[in-house]
Design a protein around this ligand. Structure first.
Ligand code: UDP
Length: 230
């Protein structure tokens, strides 16, 4: 299960969708799919609406979160369009009913799509306010029996502090779920990390701007940082 944040689609712009960036990301997805792996994608929405930010501006949190969830559908449609133009067979599934644009999420149907070699894009987050798309990625990964969650970020992996701010930040190649929580490393929100821990689902955090990173991870190369039981 590959988790792509909205930020990854916005590139340097920081907002909306940057077509050359999405073009490169989808090339990478096409290459990964060609290896024969069953691939699910969970897309974020922070490049359009982030619930917490909107509610800090005075908006009702639940309404803001639904706007965030709808943002993930917009991103999903953009990714789907480009992936299909590049020859992949895809299905966009939404946790929120939007019958004209996406299939409703049904686990068995998602599994069938994956078996048939379709790339499944999971949009709409978990379908519930107060959650994140990281939690959605973990939830869907557990439901469909994924081997790992690959979390795309703009840094090489997990550091002891933010490497953009602290030059002494130490790179952590492997770390336990508990240490991520104890040290408040913000790899994913605590709900997502706890779910991974309870279900023994490894998380690999890697730099999406590093070409070939996903293929490397799948080939067992040491790419990024791994969060696992110990
Ligand atoms: N969201 C939500 N429930 C979910 C997933 C997402 O309410 O299950 C909302 C929430 O407001 C969040 C926004 O959708 O801020 C966008 O998702 P997220 O911030 O996880 O996106 P990312 O940071 O990955 O771009």
């Amino acid at each position: 299960m590959l988790k792509l944040s909205g930020e990854a689609l916005a590139g340097e712009r920081g907002f909306g969708i940057d077509p050359p960036v999405v073009d490169r990301l989808t090339d990478e997805i096409v290459e990964v799919h060609a290896t024969g792996v069953e691939l699910g994608l969970v897309v974020g929405g922070g490049n359009i609406v982030r619930g917490t930010t909107a509610s800090e501006g005075g908006m009702d949190r639940v309404a803001a979160d639904y706007m965030g969830m709808l943002s993930t559908v917009i991103n999903g449609l953009a990714l789907q369009d480009l992936l299909e133009r590049k020859g992949l067979d895809t299905r966009l599934m939404s946790a929120i009913r939007l019958d004209e644009v996406a299939e409703p999420y049904i686990r068995r149907r998602a599994e069938r799509h994956l078996e048939k070699g379709r790339v499944v894009l999971f949009a709409g987050g978990t379908g519930n306010p107060y959650f994140s798309t990281d939690t959605a990625a973990v939830l869907r990964a557990i439901e469909i029996g994924a081997e790992a969650v690959l979390k795309a970020t703009s840094v090489d992996g997990i550091y002891s502090a933010d490497p953009h701010l602290d030059p002494d930040a130490e790179f952590l190649e492997r770390i336990s779920y508990l240490d991520v929580l104890r040290r408040d490393l913000r790899v994913m929100d605590a709900t997502a990390i706890s779910m991974c821990r309870e279900n023994d689902l490894p998380i690999v955090v890697f730099n999406i701007h590093q070409h070939g990173a996903v293929r490397g991870i799948l080939a067992g190369e040491s790419v990024g940082s791994t969060v696992a039981a110990s």
